[in-house]
Design a protein around this ligand. Structure first.
Ligand code: ADP
Ligand code: MG
Length: 238
């Protein structure tokens, strides 16, 4: 399960409110993309869902239970960090095993999940390498692998491909979409890249200055943008 519901959620840093009261429901299994210009609050919103930032007011529900004050490690969500967050001195296997070790999962179960993740991500032949011996795309897959093994209710991605070159980005985009097809787990994916949003999303949330301008499928936003901002952003002629 992985339904996430935000009720009147706000976030202020000091006197500055960066997220005005916001309501949003993300359905179980949905691939939702938060898209909007730099500084519009995408990362903040994701971090509020993950519990990495405290919300200023409002409530967050995960699968119907109030998660507002639940610490990040207990929310059952996996934040996928960029590939540079790997431990350089550890093998791929150890990098993937690390969060399970922390969670006290026994070694046989760790190995079962590592084999499964490696197979899903085509990393089976690379388990004994160090991150420095991998390509950028492979490193990104290891970062995803480290999240898969926790069997989360949802994956949260914050511009995971932004430091990859253009060709790799296209490949990884397809891989993440394929992974979603295979796992059918809720995914929330933050990007400022309209093409990523249009090609990957079941549902797109267009943000501007912390406000939701529009929520809809790529086709809905393309054909029926609510205003000039959405039209301009999604790039359909108006
Ligand atoms: P995005 O990810 O869409 O680029 P962010 O969520 O990072 O946007 O930022 C939204 C707004 O909140 C920006 O104006 C940013 O400067 C501000 N902000 C983000 N984090 C902090 C922080 N820790 N302290 C103060 N302001 C912050
Ligand atoms: Mg950001």
């Amino acid at each position: 399960m992985g339904q996430i519901k935000l009720n009147q959620v706000t976030k202020s840093f000091g006197d500055v409110q960066v997220i005005p009261p916001l309501d949003l429901t993300i359905e179980d299994g949905e691939f939702t993309v938060f898209v909007g210009p730099s500084g519009c609050g995408k990362s903040t919103l994701l971090r509020l869902i993950a519990g990495l930032e405290d919300i200023t007011s409002g409530h967050i529900e995960i699968d119907g239970a109030d998660a507002t004050y639940v610490p990040p490690a207990k929310r059952g969500l996996a934040m996928v960090f960029q590939s540079y967050a790997l431990y350089p001195h550890m093998s791929v296997r150890k990098n993937i095993a690390f969060p399970m070790k922390m969670a006290g999962i026994d070694e046989a179960e760790q190995n079962r999940r590592i084999e499964g993740a490696a197979k899903a991500l085509n990393l089976t032949d690379y388990l004994d390498r160090k991150p420095g011996q991998l390509s950028g795309g492979q490193r990104q897959r290891v970062a995803i692998g480290r999240s898969i093994v926790r069997e989360p209710a949802a994956f949260l991605f914050d511009e995971p491909l932004s430091n990859l070159d253009a060709a790799l980005r296209v490949g990884m985009r397809l891989e993440i979409s394929e992974l979603h097809e295979r796992l059918k787990t809720t995914m929330i994916y933050v990007t400022h890249d309209q093409v990523e949003a249009m090609t990957m999303a079941d549902k797109i949330v267009v943000l501007r200055a912390g406000f939701i301008e529009q929520v809809g499928s790529p086709l809905e936003l393309y054909h029926k943008p609510r205003n000039e901002f959405v039209a301009g952003f999604i790039g359909s002629p108006k």
